[in-house]
Design a protein around this ligand. Structure first.
Ligand SMILES: Cc1cc2nc3c(=O)[nH]c(=O)nc-3n(C[C@H](O)[C@H](O)[C@H](O)COP(=O)(O)O)c2cc1C
Length: 233
């Protein structure tokens, strides 16, 4: 069983809460995995050219072209994204949007696989985690767990964080804030978040270790997807 991990942050690995959490989930699965950072990659959104409708292969050539085979071969995904404007950041959205290529001619490439959704935000990571779960649902991938944490907003290190009235330090600590190392959110220092990442990895490993019945998961997710659509109608 092989798991593909995608860290959708564009920040350096050491600075990124998303990277830390995706890596922690993967390390605890007990399965073979590959972790890919989207930092520095050029991936455009779907351009609706319909070049993929016959063969389920996207014809846009960019850094997703070589990632496609890894998506196809994985049995499960751990995908994480930062919260930008209360949704996914653009590159993770583009990466997932391009999975449109798998949704033609009853293409079942992704159906019945498993996923863990990870979100990190300056205040909350819930929005991106929920969005990733939605993308999983569109592909009948079951989200077995979601992990969310609070990361370091750039405002803590941009140089203007103590005076900027629209920055996160001002928002969280008010007028006259003095930035200290301790107040900068770091997922490594959020025990409940790290535990959730460890537990999610173990759960994903267990689910893959047992007889993972993709047909059964597909049927369950098709039902859930219909309920999701009905709920939003
Ligand atoms: C353009 C931009 C928009 C952002 N918007 C939000 C937001 O709406 N809500 C939030 O909680 N954090 C927001 N953030 C903060 C990031 O989510 C936060 O820095 C997070 O730690 C990034 O993930 P990373 O540490 O893996 O890079 C924003 C950051 C940027 C650069």
């Amino acid at each position: 069983m092989k798991i593909l991990g995608i860290a959708g942050s564009t920040r350096k690995e050491k600075q990124s809460g998303v990277y830390t959490l995706v890596q922690t989930v993967l390390e605890n699965t007990g399965c073979e995995y590959e972790l890919i950072s989207l930092k520095g990659k050029k991936i455009s959104g779907c351009i609706a050219c319909l070049g993929c409708v016959k063969d389920n292969i996207c014809k846009v050539e960019d850094d997703l072209t070589e990632l496609r085979v890894k998506v196809v071969e994985a049995d499960a995904y751990v995908i994480g994204a930062p919260n930008y404007y209360s949704t996914l950041n653009a590159i993770t959205h583009a990466f997932l949007e391009r999975w449109f290529q798998f949704r033609h001619q009853e293409g079942d490439t992704l159906w019945g696989k498993l996923g863990v959704a990870v979100g990190v935000g300056g205040t909350s990571g819930q929005f991106p985690a929920d969005e990733i779960e939605k993308f999983f649902a569109y592909n009948f991938i079951e989200t077995v767990a979601k992990v969310t944490g609070q990361g370091a907003a750039s405002c803590f290190s941009c140089g203007y964080g103590e005076t900027c009235k629209v920055g996160v330090p001002h928002m969280l600590y008010g007028e006259g804030v003095k930035i200290t190392e301790e107040m900068i959110p770091n997922v490594n220092e959020q025990p409940e978040v790290m535990k959730a990442a460890v537990d999610s990895g173990k759960l994903l490993g267990q689910r893959l270790g047992k007889e993972h019945d993709r047909i059964q998961v597909t049927q369950k997710m098709q039902q859930k997807f219909m309920e999701m659509l009905e709920g939003s109608a």
